[in-house]
Design a protein around this ligand. Structure first.
Ligand code: AQP
Length: 337
């Protein structure tokens, strides 16, 4: 059976290295696998779960699309579109929300993390985010979802929703059960300032992350100031114990260089962090620099980006509409002949 890959990123801010290593880099690899169709979305409806940003949303959406293409996604091979340009996402999201028990949503750790201390003030959209994410994938009968480790729980929920729909309503295997694809060495890149917190594009401190738009000086400065400990570079995984920052920098190096963590430690174990940080900085600039330059070029031709997004939106709608229509029929909704 043909694999249908679906994944997305929120245009909430500039993409960061964790988005690239945990997801985007793997998306590019999947694009060239045989019998695989790839659909990559800029999930702008999700971006609104933490508040509307009308002045910047359109431009951020283009910037995320530019990052996808600059990282190696080819719009001729993959569908690259904005979620809100396919109305069926929101429609299916509503329908699936009506069969999702609150108890399932109460277990979602991302809501707890993002809602912060005052949960009463968090939006209903943030709470039901995982239902919309389920709709995103199920709408295309997606079979595989390449994500970072933080999104695994949401993919498990999407499977539960699909099972519930298939068993209790469709009474047949209507939605395939999507599998999470958690690939590579850097499934969870951590903050440069705190090795126990995920690197995040909307974290307060810009020094906690490498943005895909950072230039060589900014990258070098952030890596130089990245938190480490008083020890030397670990030589094996046992030496990661109690040293989350050391583990994180080794992980980033390994993922960027396509090496295992042990290979990195074979090269740098026992050295001072200052020497290792210089090497990591050079590697990051070498790998990310061309992506950043290409992104700038693409952002210089907004008309072309809009053309790519519009063309992909037509292709996405052509897949989504018949599946939404079938879902509505299963649910008993009236529709015009
Ligand atoms: N630090 C990370 N390490 C590995 N993977 C990561 N991803 C995000 N951060 C890391 C993966 O990137 C994809 C897109 O993420 P998203 O934009 O949908 O939202 P997110 O997971 O909440 O990412 P951020 O950067 O933390 O965004 P904000 O700050 O806006 O919430 C996902 O596959 C995710 O796993």
């Amino acid at each position: 059976m043909k694999k249908r890959i679906f994944s997305g990123m929120q245009p909430t801010n500039r993409l960061q290295l964790g988005n690239y290593l945990g997801a985007l880099k793997n998306w590019v690899k999947l694009q060239d696998e045989p019998d695989t169709e790839c659909i990559y979305c800029v999930v702008d409806l999700h971006a609104n779960t933490t508040g509307y940003t009308p002045d910047t949303l359109k431009q951020s959406t283009r910037e995320v699309a530019a990052a996808y293409i600059a990282a190696g996604l080819d719009p001729k091979k993959s569908i690259i579109f904005a979620q809100s340009s396919v109305p069926a996402h929101a429609q299916l999201g509503w329908m699936l929300g009506c069969i999702t028990p609150l108890g399932w949503l109460n277990r979602m750790t991302q809501f707890k993390d993002k809602a912060g201390k005052d949960k009463e003030k968090a939006s209903a959209g943030l709470y039901t985010y995982p239902v919309l994410m389920a709709a995103d994938v199920l709408l295309y009968h997606g079979t595989h979802v390449p994500v970072g480790d933080d999104q695994k729980q949401h993919v498990e929920l999407m499977r539960d929703i699909a099972i519930s729909f298939n068993q209790h309503i469709a009474k047949r295997d209507f939605f395939p059960l999507p599998e999470p694809l958690i690939m590579g060495e850097a499934t969870r890149v951590m903050s440069l300032r705190d090795g126990t917190a995920k690197m995040s594009k909307s974290a307060e401190s810009d020094m906690s992350r490498i943005n895909l738009t950072d230039d060589a000086d900014a990258i070098a400065n952030k890596i130089k100031k990245a938190k480490t400990d008083a020890g030397v570079v670990p030589a094996n995984e046992a030496e990661f114990e109690g040293r989350p920052e050391a583990r994180n920098l080794i992980t980033i190096y390994a993922a960027l260089a396509d090496m295992s963590k042990q290979q990195v430690m074979n090269e740098f174990g026992g050295q001072q962090f200052s020497a290792f940080k210089n090497a990591l900085s050079d590697l990051t600039v070498a790998k990310m620099g061309p992506i950043t330059s290409r992104m700038r070029e693409l952002m210089g031709d907004v008309a072309e980006l809009d053309r790519i997004l519009a063309d992909s939106s037509d292709r996405a709608n052509a897949i989504a509409e018949p599946i939404l229509k079938q879902t509505k029929d299963i649910l008993g909704f009236w529709s015009p002949r």
